[in-house]
Design a protein around this ligand. Structure first.
Ligand SMILES: [Zn+2]
Length: 257
């Protein structure tokens, strides 16, 4: 299998860790490379501290086919054989400052789930013009995965709720609004420390009028027409003005009450 190096990968977000066999976990990463376009990379590990959002990294990759045939999907080269030293393969080569983050995301945010679905694109960035609603739904498949030695594995299925966000994107081509499950890692970090499940709305600043949200969305391997929000990327209006990007257009829930 041919190995290539992507040396300009901007980390946009990582999903919650998922247990895999024999006590290991994997974290799926989504990012954008100016040379390759959108990139989904796995398996990544929590100890890969270089993979913080907005870091620019260099990583050797190979195609994720046949397990995952989406064009944007890559595996870290040698991920099976070199699992224990996999973190050594990732090098941080830079980091976007706040203005660069805002300018990149605002430039990328031209997608709509329906456009992506028609083009069979598995990752994209949307600029929600309106966030219509956010709510928790009970998870009907709550499980605790347990490893062979009896320790509990963390994973998003151990939490009682799922966060759904309903929105309409700017220049949306859908006839109805979008309603998507949001798996932003920050949600699970919040729920791990707080019993107040609904506090996550504040934690994600969904309740704040002075924050602008962008959604990094992607589809599911086995249900390609189902898209979820991988990351809720949010900036304060103040930071946006300083970056020269007008935070116009987004109205919050208060306009609907
Ligand atoms: Zn849309």
């Amino acid at each position: 299998m041919s190995v290539q190096t992507i040396d300009d990968l901007v980390v946009l977000g990582r999903a919650a860790p998922e247990p895999v066999d024999d006590g290991r976990h994997t974290v799926c990463l989504g990012g954008y490379s100016p040379s390759e376009g959108y990139v989904r990379l796995y398996p990544t590990q929590k100890r890969m501290t270089e993979l913080k959002r907005w870091n620019v990294v260099s990583v050797p990759v190979e195609s994720a086919a046949p397990d995952d045939t989406r064009d944007e999907s890559y595996k870290i080269a040698g991920s099976k054989e070199d699992w224990d030293s996999l973190h050594n393969k990732i090098q941080k080569v830079g980091r976007l400052d706040k203005s660069e983050q805002i300018q990149l995301v605002d430039r990328l945010a031209v997608d709509c789930r329906n456009k992506l679905n028609e083009a069979h694109d598995s990752l994209g960035m949307v600029n929600p013009e309106t966030i219509i609603n956010y709510e928790l739904e009970p998870r009907d498949d709550q499980t605790h995965q347990v490893t062979l030695d009896g320790t509990r594995q963390e994973g998003k299925t151990e939490y009682k709720h799922k966060l759904y966000i309903e929105y309409q994107c700017t220049d949306c081509i859908a006839k109805t609004s979008h309603r998507q499950h949001c798996i932003e890692w920050g949600i699970y970090l919040y729920w791990k420390k707080n019993d107040d499940y609904e506090g996550v709305f504040d934690a994600l600043k969904l309740t704040r009028d002075d924050y602008k949200h962008y959604f990094f969305i992607g589809n599911l391997t086995h249900r390609p027409s189902a898209y979820i929000i991988i990351s809720d990327i949010r900036f304060s209006e103040q930071d946006m003005l300083e970056a020269g990007v007008a935070p116009e257009g987004q109205s919050g829930l208060s306009d609907f009450s």
